[in-house]
Write a protein that binds this ligand. Structure first.
Ligand code: ATP
Ligand code: MG
Length: 381
């Protein structure tokens, strides 16, 4: 069953049991904006947690995310079903909240824990009626990210990054009063994973530059992105090449760091990148404009995604684009051609061991520009 159909069937059952189901959060916003959305978040009012779990189990395997929070996932669907809840700040940091689920909370109260008005819209699953307690429709129309709650917005520093990230994804502006609040929030308690998550989404968004521009406006670029001296610009060409990359986040990170020294790049990325291969390969991904074949191929040989690195070079050095396209084709055929093997060298009388390893490395470089036969001829001499 399609997820929407399933959601409607669930909502009918909930109604029969005296409750009400609403789509909440990003899926309402995205539907109104005609954007695709991955998850359907549903909030269920008027039914206690145990009863809801039981009711859901007739639709499939129910995974309990947090029993005390009243959050359920229906396995093999994109449906997240939750009870309304309130959050109370009980300590430092992004996760220091006491969450209590209460099926008899009013939708208005429950929606006020959300970050932005456009994220606080609710849609009745059965009737399609929109409930807009915080003027989210008006902000959606105007393209504005405005915080919902003056008193609690500052309690979670992740919201600062979320504001900038949604601005980049939706092409929205952040309301001046929300920016004002964001300026005073201390971001230091955020985990590397959280910052990475927001950065990734921003880099994959339609306007990645907007994320960093917005953070600068909020005076919040310093905490995690201090090395960015100027606002990064990603023009249409750069974004079109991003679509071709196998690892678009790494592609964007290289371009973001293009003006940095290797050392700067490393300390910059360490603050918010957790992926080990990216950090390990850092020293090779220095993005100089190298069109000399052997030097370039030596570099490409060190990388997990040499094709992506070529896209980075094309993006950074448009004047050499044709050269890089041709070199990329050359490198492809180099990879496909037959290479001289260790066995062949041993057959020529060489001893296995460290020296042979060194020779193999030398031979690989020779192979960038010369044929196998030519090299073997020379070795026999
Ligand atoms: P997307 O999934 O496309 O990134 P989304 O709006 O669905 O966007 P989620 O992180 O999936 O964002 O969260 C779902 C909803 O939960 C949000 O729309 C928002 O209403 C609320 N929410 C999520 N994180 C926070 C937060 N840190 N503070 C307040 N509300 C939040
Ligand atoms: Mg979501």
């Amino acid at each position: 069953m399609e997820d929407i159909v399933k959601a409607e069937a669930i909502a009918s059952k909930i109604a029969e049991a005296g409750g009400r189901a609403y789509y909440v959060g990003g899926c309402v916003r995205d539907k109104l904006l005609k954007r695709p959305c991955k998850d359907l978040d549903i909030e269920v009012y008027g039914i206690p947690a145990e009863k809801l779990e039981e009711l859901l189990s007739s639709f499939g395997n129910v995974l309990t995310v947090g029993k005390s929070f009243g959050i359920f996932k229906l396995e093999h669907t994109s449906l997240d079903i939750a009870l309304p809840r309130t959050e109370e700040k009980i300590g430092e940091g992004h996760r220091a909240f006491l969450t209590s689920a209460d099926p008899f909370l009013s939708p208005e109260t429950a929606s006020s824990r959300r970050d932005f008005t456009v994220n606080a819209l609710m849609e009745d699953v059965l009737s399609g009626e929109i409930h807009d307690y915080h003027h989210g429709l008006e902000d959606l129309e105007k393209g504005i990210l405005r915080h919902v709650n003056d008193a609690s917005f500052s309690e979670d520093p992740l919201r600062v990054l979320r504001a900038a990230r949604f601005a980049a994804q939706l092409g929205f502006d952040v309301a001046e009063e929300t920016r004002e609040l964001c300026r005073k929030i201390d971001l230091s308690s955020l985990s590397r994973e959280r910052v990475e998550g927001e950065t990734e989404k921003a880099l994959l968004s339609r306007e990645p530059g907007r994320y960093f521009r917005e953070l600068r406006q909020m005076e919040q670029l310093e905490e995690y992105y201090a090395e960015l001296k100027e606002d990064p610009v990603f023009d249409e060409r750069v974004l079109a090449l991003r679509d071709e990359a196998k690892e678009p986040v790494e592609y964007m990170l290289d371009i973001l760091c293009a003006g940095m020294t290797a050392k700067e790049k490393e300390s910059f990325l360490r603050r918010f990148v957790t992926k080990k291969y990216e950090l390990k390969e850092l020293k090779y991904r220095t993005c100089e404009d190298i069109t000399e074949k052997t030097a370039l191929f030596t570099k490409l040989d060190q990388l997990t995604e040499p094709g992506d690195y070529l896209l980075v070079l094309r993006a950074l050095y448009p004047q050499n684009e044709e050269k890089y396209i041709a070199l990329g084709k050359d490198y492809q055929s180099f990879l496909q051609k037959e290479h001289i093997s260790g066995e062949e060298l041993i057959a020529l009388g060489m001893k296995p061991g460290k020296e042979l390893g060194e020779l193999m490395k030398k031979i690989r470089k020779e192979e960038y520009t010369r044929s196998k036969e030519e090299i073997l001829e020379e070795l026999k001499k």
